[in-house]
Ligand binder design. Structure first.
Ligand code: BTN
Length: 315
């Protein structure tokens, strides 16, 4: 399905014979594949000139993503798309335990028990982008947080494509107009010195309708741009951005991205409080160091924080 969709996407009219030659299959097999595509809702016109894909609907499924990803990416090799799952995180963690490869991606149209950091409920109605990716970098467990920082940069770059002004709220939330539009969660299995696997879960409010109580603190891309977003385009751009960053990260560590991360940081040089789970620290946000630790200038000293929830300080 993916291959034929790719051909239809990149051609105007194309005959069954031509498609057959390209895919090394018979005309009858081409006809069957076209029928399958029509059955899942694609509008394909057939006339004397051949077949033509009428792009009158925005589709979001694994065939669409695979057919529109420009090249083979190590971070998105296998795509599994579901209409509904409890959580893509739990599914990918299960696949990781079964020995699936790096680049296994699970996407759900809707999650019934989606969750975020510190086990917070993650609202995952239809229309959003809810997915998890399996990664197997050669990392010390303490370095895994750097991956979340990298993913934040990839997300920020993807939002830039839509000409919206997104900011990274340390460690890995993306905000627009001070409202959360995307979040990242990292879970892993590790030995003492080495990571076995990491499951990165990404939730992006794209076309989903946010419940009333969340509207004060969250926003969707559709709300900002005022039109339905093509989620395939978004996720393809995201994975292409992430692939580039991840490849450089594996060669040269995180230091090379420090400036880019800090330049896009929300509440930079502003007074913030960080709840670490053990205590609350208040100080001026100086950005992160090369290990991803947040540097706060408190009254008495510079403090480095590994993890926590950051808020703007309000008197
Ligand atoms: C956060 O901001 O706390 C992180 C939110 C992560 C949500 C995503 S949606 C896809 C994946 N599946 C989940 O259950 N959670 C992550």
């Amino acid at each position: 399905m993916t291959k034929i969709l790719k051909i239809l996407h990149s051609n105007n009219y194309i005959s069954g014979n031509e498609i057959g030659t390209m895919l090394s299959i018979s005309r009858a097999a081409v006809h069957k594949k076209i029928k399958n595509l029509k059955q899942i809702g694609y509008n394909i016109k057939s006339c004397a000139k051949g077949y033509k894909l009428i792009k009158d609907k925005i589709f979001f499924n694994e065939y669409e993503i695979e057919s529109r990803l420009n090249k083979n990416l190590s971070v998105c090799k296998i795509i599994k798309y579901y209409k509904e799952l409890p959580s893509t995180q739990t599914t990918v963690k299960m696949l990781a335990q079964k020995g699936f490869d790096e680049g296994t991606v699970v996407i759900a149209e809707k999650q019934t028990t989606g969750y975020g950091r510190i086990k917070r409920v993650w609202n995952s109605n239809n229309g959003g982008l809810w997915f998890s990716v399996l990664l197997k970098p050669l990392l010390h467990p303490e370095e895994s947080a750097k991956l979340a920082l990298l993913l934040s940069i990839a997300l920020k770059k993807t939002f830039d494509f839509y000409n919206v002004d997104s900011k990274i709220k340390w460690p890995n939330d993306i905000l627009i107009n001070n409202k959360k539009i995307a979040g990242i969660i990292i879970e892993m299995s590790a030995e003492q010195d080495i990571v076995n696997w990491i499951v990165a879960g990404i939730g992006i409010n794209v076309n989903n309708e946010l419940p009333k109580d969340l509207k004060k603190i969250s926003i969707s891309l559709k709300e900002i741009i005022n039109k339905e977003i093509d989620r395939t385009e978004f996720i393809c751009k995201f994975f292409t951005n992430f692939e580039k960053l991840y490849t450089s990260f594996k060669k040269e560590d995180f230091k090379q991205f420090l400036k880019e991360y800090n330049d896009n940081l929300l509440y930079k040089n502003k007074c913030v409080t960080v709840d670490t789970g053990y205590n609350t620290i208040t100080g001026i946000n100086l950005g992160i160091d090369e290990n991803g630790m947040l540097i706060l200038n408190t009254k008495n000293e510079l403090k480095k924080i590994m993890s926590g929830t950051l808020r703007e300080y309000k008197k």
